[in-house]
Design a protein around this ligand. Structure first.
Ligand code: NAD
Ligand code: IPM
Ligand code: MN
Length: 358
């Protein structure tokens, strides 16, 4: 079959990890006889440099006419001084919003050979960690009204608004329940309903929807407790559903307990099959251009793309198996290295994973 995939390498380590992910797409195409037509476009800081805006119209249009989008990462110190609406990160929010991708799936899975790389004690991660974080992606404080104004006494003030409608909560909660139904049927909804009105509506809507999913055991947790519980006993979680900002923070935390932020892929989905696939990490300016970045999160994002947007289950399985095999053989990038393992660079890691797929 023929598929159009838009590739947005972005900034910092984005192009380095995307390059390895693209190699994986190409090898899967050869293996299964699919034609993956890749089109590269600009997003983020590189787009600001080339076109003056973080999300050029052409980029959004090309993404809209694709079957799937692969993204590296955007941002970096070079663009940090720009006003919020023309920073690289605004381009990322623009593409998520522009494509209607309200559901962000961030699976935090610990590979058995990586238990040594987790900062948690062996007895806490012994039986594995397998958490699906379902993060709302096109609402909440990221997309609410924001601005600056003067206080009555004349000092500068700034505000950002957390707002969720019933519809926005219900559609993401549904993704959470459906995901739980395919897994271990446990859903934890994370909010701050003891303080925030938006969280109280969130909880009401989730409880109402739960009647449609009687088999799912639903619990609620305040976000501060959830952050603590993730390191106390991560195995208690199956699916977590939460708002945009809480999901951003908790997924970085969840990634580290699996060994590194360089391990976590993500899928951003909307109502159709078009999806955006990206590692959850950023552009890592501290290691950019040094062949040190872990490409596994980007490669596993290709695995998610095969499954969620292209319906290619075997190809998706191949990616996960290849990553597992390479890790089992003791190869590591620096972020996941531990005693007795061999540290290799971004390119070498990508090459080894590719060879496992052929
Ligand atoms: P970051 O995720 O880029 O880096 C945090 C730390 O994790 C750094 O020490 C980095 O070296 C390390 N790290 C990240 N990815 C790694 C990988 N694949 N392999 C090994 N180590 C890795 O977060 P930050 O430093 O807070 O942000 C840097 C820039 O990235 C900022 O401009 C930020 O806005 C942007 N950002 C973009 C995205 C995205 O494009 N989706 C996500 C997060 C941050
Ligand atoms: C992520 C990032 C983004 C977010 C930023 C760069 C806008 O941290 O993808 O997790 O907060 O969503
Ligand atoms: Mn983040």
């Amino acid at each position: 079959m023929k598929f159009n995939i838009t590739v947005l390498p972005g900034d910092g380590i984005g192009p380095e990890v995307t390059r390895e992910a693209v190699e994986i797409i190409n090898v899967l195409g050869e293996k299964y006889g699919h034609s993956f037509e890749l089109t590269e476009e600009k997003l983020g800081g590189c787009a600001i440099d080339a076109c003056g805006v973080p999300l050029p119209d052409k980029t959004l249009e090309t993404c809209k006419s694709s079957h799937a989008v692969l993204l590296g990462a955007v941002g970096g110190p070079k663009w940090d001084g720009l006003p919020g609406n023309i920073r690289p990160e605004a381009g990322l929010l623009g593409i998520r919003g522009g494509l209607g991708l309200f559901a962000n799936l961030r699976p935090a899975v610990i590979y058995s050979s990586l238990k040594e790389a987790s900062p948690l004690r062996a007895d806490i991660v012994r039986d594995g960690i397998d958490i699906m974080v379902v993060r709302e992606l096109t609402g909440g404080i990221y997309f609410g009204k924001r601005g600056r104004e003067k206080t009555p006494s004349g000092s500068e003030a700034a505000f950002d608004t957390e707002m969720y409608s019933t519809e926005e909560i219900e559609r993401i909660a549904r993704v959470g329940f459906e995901s739980a139904m395919k897994r271990n049927k446990r859903l934890t909804s994370v909010d701050k309903a003891n303080v925030l009105e938006s969280s109280r509506l969130w909880r009401e809507v989730v409880i109402k929807l739960s009647s449609e999913f009687p088999e799912v055991s639903l619990s609620h947790m305040y976000v501060d407790n959830a952050a603590m519980q993730l390191v106390r006993n991560p195995m208690q979680f199956d699916v977590i559903v939460t708002g945009n900002m809480f999901g951003d923070i908790l997924s970085d935390e969840a990634s580290m307990i699996t060994g590194s932020i360089g391990m976590l892929p993500s899928a951003s989905l909307g109502n159709g099959t078009l999806g955006l696939y990206e590692p959850i990490h950023g552009s890592a300016p501290d290691i950019a251009g040094q062949d040190k970045a872990n490409p596994i999160a980007a490669i596993l994002s290709v695995g998610m793309m095969m499954k969620y947007s292209l319906g290619l289950e075997s190809a998706s399985q191949d990616v996960e198996t290849a990553v597992k095999n390479v890790l089992d053989k003791g190869y590591r990038t620096g972020d996941i290295a531990s005693k007795g393992t061999e540290v290799i660079g971004t390119r070498a890691m990508g090459e080894l994973i590719k060879k496992e797929i052929i």
